[in-house]
Design a protein around this ligand. Structure first.
Ligand SMILES: N[C@@H](CCC(=O)N[C@@H](CS)C(=O)NCC(=O)O)C(=O)O
Length: 234
């Protein structure tokens, strides 16, 4: 059986899980702590990052883009598309995945100024999607495609922050909000994160951050520091 090596808060892992779930591929999952990476993980992972997918023939795959493409090549793709459409789907997926870390950095911001400047960069992604979205429930129609799966981590995290902290990073983007609701209602979000995701996530992003201050009206005890790095979700 396929094995996915994961970290609970990782958006790249959630995207890969989305592809596995949508294709009904059986897999087992092992969570590791990025703050204390096990030796066996360091030995098999070329870049020391999750997700890592160990295939049926024990090949160790890394980099979420490559893993998602592998799943399409090896197992039935969600839909058959032309080469041109495939290129467009990859491009729109990349518009999401390149913002995973900026979203982590935005949520980790310690003060208003840092939060707002990071958010201004992040919302450029939502503005592009808003312009592209039509009237259908999902990005390309009434079905969940690879593009929706790529955007799922961004939209799911935005929903958790809205529900917990009362801040909507999708404010001003009604089509993206509708798309977010359709994705959450589809049940895919819950199927692609661990059971205690909201708690783990809130413990990380809603403690001693600017968003935490918005929730309880206090000042953070730590001032801004650069957090737009991989440690933001670890
Ligand atoms: N480009 C990688 C990024 C993966 C990534 O940044 N993973 C983070 C967790 S969300 C990680 O493993 N960080 C630990 C580290 O960089 O040491 C991919 O697409 O798989």
């Amino acid at each position: 059986m396929l094995k996915l090596i994961s970290f609970k808060n990782c958006p790249f892992v959630q995207r890969v899980m989305g592809a596995l779930v949508m294709k009904n591929i059986a897999f087992e999952i092992e969570y590791i702590e990025l703050s204390n990476k096990p030796q066996w993980f360091l030995e098999i992972s070329p870049n020391g990052q999750v997700p890592v997918l160990v295939t049926e023939d024990k090949t160790v795959l890394f980099e979420s883009d490559a893993i998602v493409e592998y799943l399409d090549d090896k197992y039935a793709p969600i839909e058959q598309v032309s080469a041109e459409q495939k290129a467009l789907d990859r491009a729109w997926s990349y518009q999401a995945s390149k913002h995973y870390m900026p979203q982590c950095g935005t949520m980790s911001s310690k003060d208003q100024q840092t939060f707002e400047s990071r958010l201004a960069n992040l919302v450029k992604a939502f503005a592009k999607a808003e312009k592209q979205l039509g009237d259908s429930a999902f990005f390309k129609g009434d079905y969940i495609s690879n593009v929706d799966i790529a955007w799922l981590p961004l939209l799911h995290r935005a929903a958790v922050i809205r529900n917990r902290a009362g801040f909507d990073m999708l404010s001003g983007f009604p089509k993206v909000q509708k798309w977010q609701a359709a994705l959450i209602d589809s049940g895919l979000a819950d199927k692609t994160v661990p059971e205690n995701f909201v708690e783990t996530f809130a413990n990380f992003y809603l403690k001693n951050t600017y968003l935490a201050c918005l929730m309880d009206g206090t000042q953070p005890s730590v001032r801004a520091n650069s957090c737009a790095t991989s440690s933001c979700c670890g």
